[in-house]
Design a protein. Structure first.
Ligand code: NAD
Length: 255
């Protein structure tokens, strides 16, 4: 049987990487997927791939940092599909540099996409979930919320914030039948990580090798590895999980 039959799922940043892999997996499990991305070409491609596989999806462009844009997306989704059962706050950007290397405008951008970009979809979706006394929210944190990695100051701060926010939200909304959990991936091979490798190592090949060594598997994760964990959180199989961090990190260790 399909694990997300009749569920409506909104995934932010679903035009690439983990969000895209999750959109494809969820649609294959019977969900109707609202594919959000900042970039229409990428989001529309995700929808095309879902439809080609016989699934159901709808692209809605929105910038998760912009209240008017997020509110319009949620209104359109509710107008078209009647409800949102699962909100997966996946969109995020990388931030490289130790504190003294990070310029204020770059700091603000990372805070905006990675924290405000979780807050705003929650703000506009949760009232609908409260009204229905049912909902499921998955927030994208990272294993970096709990371990120190070099030159990742802004990014670490945002992912720690998302984990704390997840726990706080869970307390506020448990009485409305809303679950809120967090994903903590290790290093997953996506365009996001390829960009990080290209821009932060003098020798990207050596950078790649050092990141592999940091994980007990000796290999990076794949977007599908995280998508499967997200599917578990999105389904009722995880109904006894509330405010929890779920690690998908290949046994990451300090490097
Ligand atoms: P990715 O860059 O492949 O995909 C992110 C998508 O988000 C892109 O399609 C991008 O266009 C979209 N996006 C960016 N800003 C947006 C905005 N303002 N509004 C709407 N969409 C926006 O990245 P990924 O590696 O798949 O990462 C997805 C999430 O997983 C991020 O939150 C990231 O921090 C987190 N994460 C990734 C890894 C990893 O190793 N790849 C590890 C831990 C956590």
């Amino acid at each position: 049987t399909m694990r997300l039959k009749d569920k409506v799922v909104l995934i932010t940043g679903a035009g690439s990487g983990i969000g895209k892999a999750s959109a494809l997996l969820f649609a294959g499990e019977g969900a109707t997927v609202i594919v959000n991305d900042l970039e229409p070409a990428k989001g529309e491609e995700t929808v095309r791939e879902i439809e080609a596989a016989g699934g159901s999806a709808l692209f809605i462009q929105a910038d998760v940092t912009d209240p008017a844009s997020v509110k319009a997306m949620v209104d359109t989704a509710i107008g078209r599909l009647g409800r949102i059962d699962v909100l997966f706050n996946n969109a995020g950007i990388s931030g490289v540099g130790a504190i003294h290397e990070v310029e204020p405008d770059v700091w603000d951008k990372v805070m905006n996409v990675n924290i405000r970009g979780v807050y705003l979809p929650c703000k506009y979706v949760i009232p609908h979930m409260m009204e229905r006394r049912s909902g499921n929210i998955i927030n994208m944190s990272s294993c970096i919320a709990e371990i120190g990695l070099a030159r990742r100051a802004s990014y670490s701060a945002t992912k720690g914030a998302v984990l704390a926010l997840t726990k706080s939200m869970q307390v506020d909304y448990a009485e409305y039948g809303i679950r809120v959990n967090a994903l903590l991936p290790g290093t997953i091979l996506t365009p996001f990580v390829e960009h990080y490798l290209r821009t932060s190592y003098a020798d990207p090949e050596e950078g790649f090798a050092s990141i592999k060594r940091r994980q007990l598997t000796g290999e990076l994760g794949r977007p599908e590895d995280v998508a499967k964990a997200a599917l578990f959180l999105a389904s009722d199989e995880s109904k006894f999980m509330m405010g929890s961090p779920l690690y998908i990190d290949g046994g990451v260790v300090f490097g």
